[in-house]
Design a binder for this molecule. Structure first.
Ligand code: PMP
Length: 391
């Protein structure tokens, strides 16, 4: 029996063997010629993955929360006003970070499982001058994706920038940073980018760089300050040695390999594959009579699914049964419904066969928890979606 369990939580995810091999290679000097090449080419590949040719990439040690804080520390000045769109737990986190830096935060809070309305955003933007708007592309606590295509244009019409938390979206969910005119996109390594946890990554478009350059006040967070990092990123890209704080050499090596694999697949193909995984799982969930946290299909993310336990099914028993089937799902995170739902990550290198494995485990676990349904209904529905995609 296979001892290793299939990890299907919304990050960290299962990583490609070659990425793990890159991580485990002997550590070299952070100013060695071969590492400079790896760092420099990783920055270049990041632009292609974020689809932002004019963006300034940053690779910094830390998690997604640090990436959020770096964005805020560099853009916020005391007394600024920021509009935060909240579609779950991570929107609230963004607001908290922003307040720590002395800005006033207004929130638009979406109904649980819903997205934010463009009209409501425009009303707010009309009523006040905001320095920027923050949006969580995919909130990992609800599985809700916000349609951000028009948001850049809308925010700019009212003189505000747009800052996107792409921790659970970049390299999975469709995102064209430059075409959609998003001023700053941040992410972390452990999700759809397919690299073990530990990297905070940002892509800062020219408008946000100008916003940072034109600030009047000192940046109180030393580690986060772009003033310290920009020369390092520029040097690596020019294939020259540089130092501010020791980079996580092994993680950057792993990032380089993962970015190479992502670009080999191609961004469009990758977005389509993520959509297919989501559609297959959704079809199964519906066929089994389960309800999802996102209130309609159009707001369900392609990188993870958030699913309510059916009435009468005990969540911890269900997750234990899933575990016995060799798969790890995540429990709930949103404080209002924490014990009422579970989450499945399906991003990065996930393939339809793993979705089928997950559905099979769900059917077995539901059956063992006493839930009545037609055995095989979920598997059949998903297989139909996967078969149709091949025609
Ligand atoms: N934003 C979103 C949307 C996330 O999903 C997460 C992590 N789950 C974070 C921010 C914070 O990232 P980290 O846990 O790496 O600090």
């Amino acid at each position: 029996m296979k001892r290793r369990k299939l990890l299907m939580i919304p990050g960290p995810i299962e990583f490609e063997p070659s990425v793990l091999r890159a991580l485990g290679a002997q550590t070299t000097s952070h100013v060695a010629a071969d590492f400079i090449e790896i760092f420099g080419s990783s920055l270049e590949m990041m632009r292609k993955v974020f689809l932002s040719e004019s963006g300034q990439p940053f690779i910094i040690s830390g998690s997604g929360t640090l990436a959020m804080e770096i964005a805020v520390a560099n853009l916020v000045e005391p007394g600024d006003r920021v509009l935060t769109l909240v579609t779950g737990y991570f929107g609230d986190r963004f607001a908290e970070i922003i307040m720590r830096y002395g800005a006033e935060v207004d929130k638009i809070i979406a109904p649980l499982g819903g997205s934010v309305e463009m009209d409501a955003i425009e009303q707010k933007l009309k009523s006040q001058r905001y320095k920027f708007v923050t949006v969580t592309h995919v909130d990992t606590s609800t599985g809700v994706v916000v349609d951000v295509k028009q948001l850049g244009q809308l925010a700019h019409k009212y003189g505000a920038m747009i800052v996107l938390d792409g921790v659970c979206s970049v390299a999975g969910e469709e995102l064209y940073q430059e075409d959609w005119d998003i001023d700053l996109v941040l992410t972390a390594s452990q999700k759809a980018l397919g690299v073990p946890p530990g990297l905070a990554l940002l892509m800062v478009a020219p408008r946000a760089i100008d916003g940072w350059r034109s600030r009047k006040t000192y940046i109180s967070n030393y580690y986060a300050d772009f003033t310290n990092w920009l020369p390092v990123m520029n040097s690596y890209e020019a294939r020259k040695p540089s130092y501010f704080a020791t980079p996580p050499v092994n993680l950057v090596n792993a990032l380089n390999e993962s970015l190479r694999l992502i670009l080999k697949e191609g961004m469009e193909v990758r977005f389509i594959r993520h959509r297919l995984l989501r559609d297959g799982l959704q079809a199964a969930i519906e066929a089994l009579g389960l309800k999802q946290v996102p209130i309609k299909r159009e707001v369900a993310a392609t990188t993870l699914s958030a699913i309510y336990y059916p009435d009468g099914v005990d969540g911890s028993k269900f997750l234990n049964k899933i575990n016995s089937e060799g798969i790890i799902f995540a429990g709930g995170l949103h404080p209002e419904i924490r014990n009422r739902y579970f989450r499945i990550g399906h991003m990065g290198p996930t393939v339809p066969g793993e979705i089928i494995q997950a559905i099979s485990a769900i059917e077995i676990a539901l059956n063992k928890c006493g839930y009545k349904f037609e055995v095989g209904a979920g598997l059949t529905a998903a297989e139909r979606i996967f078969l149709n995609s091949r025609n």
